[in-house]
Ligand binder design. Structure first.
Ligand SMILES: Cc1cc2nc3c(=O)[nH]c(=O)nc-3n(C[C@H](O)[C@H](O)[C@H](O)COP(=O)(O)O)c2cc1C
Length: 229
């Protein structure tokens, strides 16, 4: 009798483990099968370090950004080009290559979100330049997958991502943009974790490029008069 009970337990344990392993494998395989690299987008991917000149105006804006895989770089470039179309000169540069803020009339700082925060070099940039930034019009933007979710609790969470930076320098405006996840650059277990994360964000389990060029351009138009007048 006791032998029979043990066998049943063993069977249930094995069946549970088998089912769990099967589900994980299917989920992982499902992720790999459905992931794309990247979806169609009209936004660039890269790490721009460019100067966009303007003859009409002597005013100049710095768009400084931090990006691990290039989607934030593309958003920074799009913001820079939109400002430049308004007749001001714009430098679009990675935060690490900005040494001096003199000569700029306004500064926009943006970063990819990793683990609920800006990348460390972006926060460091605000920290190091706090005194100068406090004397200029400043806008922040973040790029993260959680910006895709519209639930109240998620919006609150995303709104708190820049709490530390706000304390250092109060921005005139903040932009929150959905980013891109290049799944082929992730390990198997990272893909698995990200599939749950993307589901939580309401994006299903498909990686790819979710950046919205219209949202970036609309924000740029909205924020421009707050930076330059
Ligand atoms: C390891 C890792 C952690 C991430 N953590 C978050 C997060 O906490 N919240 C979020 O909204 N997005 C998160 N993301 C998504 C990235 O912010 C998004 O993919 C962004 O577009 C990446 O920008 P980049 O291509 O400029 O590096 C994470 C991505 C990775 C790879």
């Amino acid at each position: 009798m006791s032998h029979k009970t043990m066998s049943r337990r063993k069977f249930l344990t094995l069946a549970g483990a088998g089912l769990g392993a099967g589900m994980l494998t299917c989920c992982g395989l499902g992720w790999m099968l459905t992931s794309q690299e990247p979806l169609e987008t009209s936004l660039p991917i890269g790490f721009p370090d460019i100067a966009l000149g303007a003859v009409e105006s002597k005013k100049k804006i710095l768009v400084a950004y931090a990006s691990a895989n290039g989607s934030t770089g593309g958003i920074a470039e799009t913001i820079g080009k939109a400002f430049n179309e308004q007749g001001v000169a714009v430098d679009v540069r990675p935060v690490n290559s900005v040494i001096d803020l003199s000569g700029y009339n306004a500064v926009v700082i943006g970063s990819a979100i990793n683990g609920g925060k800006w990348l460390p070099e972006a926060t460091e940039f605000v920290n190091i330049n706090q005194e100068k930034l406090c004397q200029l019009p400043v806008a922040y933007f973040l790029v993260g997958m959680m910006a895709a979710s519209n639930s109240e609790s998620n919006r609150e969470l995303v709104a708190n991502f820049l709490e530390a930076e706000r304390t250092l320098v109060e921005p005139a405006a903040e932009g929150r943009f959905t980013g891109a996840l290049f799944v082929n650059r992730l390990s198997f277990f990272e893909k698995l974790g990200m599939s749950f994360f993307l589901t939580y964000c309401g994006l299903g389990i498909q990686g790819g490029d979710y950046r919205d060029v219209e949202a970036v351009r609309a924000w740029s138009a909205e924020v421009f008069p707050l930076l330059i007048n």
